[in-house]
Ligand binder design. Structure first.
Ligand SMILES: C[S@@+](CC[C@H](N)C(=O)[O-])C[C@H]1O[C@@H](n2cnc3c(N)ncnc32)[C@H](O)[C@@H]1O
Length: 276
């Protein structure tokens, strides 16, 4: 498995980080909409959103499948699920849980499953994909986007540079761990889990941040306690300062313009007429 960084912790999220994510999570929401279209969700579909966070995209999906459909959002972080549950309706519910254990769901339950900016947080991708394949109905669709180790986000590359500039390396070479996956590996993982007709595309997504501080807040919130974890207070301050300086090269009249890169992949479970 390709790996940038070390182990990921699910135990360090806080209410403040979850609230910050809910406020700023509109970024991931926009990326996520590129998943929903190709998944061709339709009225009445049963959908599982894995790693739903605070549920913004899940709510959008529920709007697409309508009152005859059913959408479930799953996420391991309790603070995020508590915020997501404020969005609940009869057709839209949220539960804590992980991709690697979908045993609460029977096989052949969902028409579509998606993961928006989630797979690079999952260590045992094979287990998660096997579980997803099991709970999909024959012909059911999978959509996901994931960081590709060959093309790190611009902010991640600048953070790495900032860390080098202040003389840190080794265990601290990265701002936070990311378990990204490239095209060949993703194709193999999906095929081994039983998915067919894999297709993927690396997309460049432009984001504008007001300033370095708002970008740092966003990074902290989306990494749920893993951002600069293990750095001392003094090291964090030094990284933030060096990063802020480096970000000046990204300044445009509207703010700081950065590109992030996500591989979007789609496949489906065989056994019935395909719908995408
Ligand atoms: C960057 S957020 C994306 C949240 C949401 N999908 C969105 O579009 O806003 C990544 C999410 O992945 C979740 N996650 C991390 N490990 C997971 C796992 N093993 N199973 C399911 N979700 C996981 C995190 O809790 C976090 O909410």
């Amino acid at each position: 498995m390709s790996q940038l960084g070390g182990a990921i912790s699910l135990a360090q999220d806080t209410l403040a980080l979850a609230q910050a994510y809910e406020q700023a999570g509109i970024l991931q929401f926009h990326h996520g909409k590129f998943l929903i279209g190709p998944l061709a969700l339709k009225a009445g579909d049963h959908v599982l959103d894995i790693g739903a966070g605070t549920g913004r995209l899940t709510e959008f999906a529920a709007g697409v499948v309508g009152p005859t459909g059913r959408v479930i959002g799953l996420d391991p972080l309790e603070y995020r699920i508590a915020i997501a549950q404020l969005r609940q309706t009869e057709a839209l519910t949220f539960e804590t849980g992980r991709a690697e254990d979908l045993s609460r769901f029977d096989e052949n339950t969902f028409d579509a499953v998606y993961l928006n900016s989630v797979l690079h947080w999952i260590e045992d991708k094979a287990l998660a994909l096997n579980e997803i394949h099991r709970v999909l109905k024959p012909g059911g669709r999978l959509g996901l986007n994931v960081q590709d180790p060959a093309k790190p986000h611009e902010s991640r590359a600048l953070l790495r540079k900032a860390i080098q500039q202040i003389g840190l390396g080794g265990r601290h070479a990265e701002s936070h761990p990311v378990l990204g996956v490239g095209d060949d590996e993703l194709r193999r993982l999906l095929s081994e889990a039983g998915f067919i007709e894999y297709r993927s595309e690396l997309r460049s997504l432009v984001e504008i941040h007001r300033d370095a501080d708002s970008l740092l807040k966003w990074s902290e919130a989306s990494a749920f306690g893993n951002f600069l974890d293990g750095f001392s207070e003094a090291e964090r301050t030094a990284v933030r300062l060096a990063f802020t300086d480096l970000l000046e090269s990204k300044r445009v009249p509207e703010g700081l313009r950065l590109e992030r890169y996500l591989r979007f992949a789609f496949a489906h479970k065989g056994g019935a007429a395909r719908t995408i």
